[in-house]
Design a protein around this ligand. Structure first.
Ligand code: NAD
Length: 304
């Protein structure tokens, strides 16, 4: 009998698919010790971004064959070590692109128009029509860092708002950029200089860590708005905090943080920071499709 452990919440239809091929146990919010104990005897583990499969956890896996990540980012898995151990890692990169792109637009508009701050004020019983003056997206330059699945969906939506788009992605061709209507820049610093809004859509790797650092921020226009729905580690949060506090950066809209959940993160004390708790892929559609896609891959692999 194949033993399947699900450690982050996935869609019920995906659980049903997995039940056809094995004994399924759902155990969410496990601590490290519990995970180490449980991972010993299982063949398949199904996770989202909450479970961290680091080397010291995977060392305890005796018969693990498949890690199924319902979603895109695999930075919570030690892929190299998993590969060394002959464990197959599957994910569902396409399932959440639209959801993340839509949240990006939502956060962009929210930051531009101070919607969360105005809502909070309204609910406090105030009628303050002066404090929340915003800026339009129309006619502004949006810098998109990473023009993959999500970045491209953001481009399409931002164009509908009348934005001019510049992009930085060393791995996509001029042709693709042209077909998207994006001016491709060969240097991230150039993108920082010309953009009114900047949004990040690259994976977190040793190369992209702090891709937005002190230097990039110093080059940005005053009053730029930054949106990050990719990974917290892409931005140097200390440098971001300073630039937001001295209003060099007008606002930041963040779905992701260097440490999640954030603990005493000073960014969250600033009135020009708005955010969501890693909700990019949190839609009914994305969750259902991510779960089903990985469950089907697990079935396919198990049935050879
Ligand atoms: P993707 O692989 O389709 O696109 C990533 C793009 O980044 C690629 O085009 C790649 O060429 C480019 N890239 C890689 N290194 C780069 C670099 N150094 N500089 C510039 N560009 C670089 O991935 P995707 O599906 O668009 O997802 C992007 C990221 O979004 C994921 O890696 C994940 O971390 C994040 N994500 C977040 C959520 C959320 O809940 N907030 C959900 C899904 C994905």
């Amino acid at each position: 009998m194949v033993n399947i452990l699900i450690t982050d919440e996935i869609h019920k239809d995906a659980v049903e698919i997995l039940k056809r091929v094995g004994e399924v146990e759902i155990a969410t919010n496990l601590n490290k010790m519990e995970l180490k104990r449980k991972i010993k005897d299982i063949d398949v583990i199904v996770i989202r971004s909450g479970t961290k499969l680091t080397r010291d956890i995977l060392e305890h896996a005796k018969k693990l064959k498949i890690i199924a990540r319902a979603g895109v980012g695999v930075d919570n898995i030690d892929i190299q070590y998993a590969t060394e151990k002959g464990i197959i890692v599957v994910n569902s990169p396409d399932a959440s692109s639209i959801s993340v792109a839509e949240l990006t637009m939502g956060l962009m508009l929210s930051a531009a128009r101070n919607i969360p701050q105005a809502t909070a004020s309204l609910k406090r019983g105030e009628w303050d029509r002066k404090s929340f003056k915003g800026v339009e997206l129309y006619g502004k330059t949006l810098g998109v860092i990473g023009l993959g699945r999500i970045g491209q969906q953001v481009v399409k939506r931002a164009k509908a708002f009348g934005m001019n788009i510049v992009g930085y992605d060393p791995y996509i061709s001029e042709e693709v950029a042209r077909s998207l209507g994006v001016k491709l820049l060969s240097d991230i610093n150039e993108l920082c200089k010309v953009s009114d809004f900047i949004t990040l859509h690259v994976p977190l790797t040793p190369k992209t860590r702090h891709i937005i650092g002190r230097e990039q921020i110093s080059l940005m226009k005053k009053n730029v708005i930054i949106i990050n729905c990719a990974r917290g580690g892409l931005i140097d949060e200390k440098a971001l905090y300073e630039a937001l506090r001295n209003r060099k950066i007008r606002a930041a809209a963040l779905d992701v943080f260097e440490e999640e959940p954030p603990k005493n993160n000073p960014l969250l004390t600033l009135d020009n920071v708005i955010g969501t708790p890693h909700q990019g892929a949190s839609t009914e559609e994305a969750q259902k499709s991510a779960g089903i896609i990985v469950a089907e891959q697990v079935v396919k692999i198990l049935r050879g």
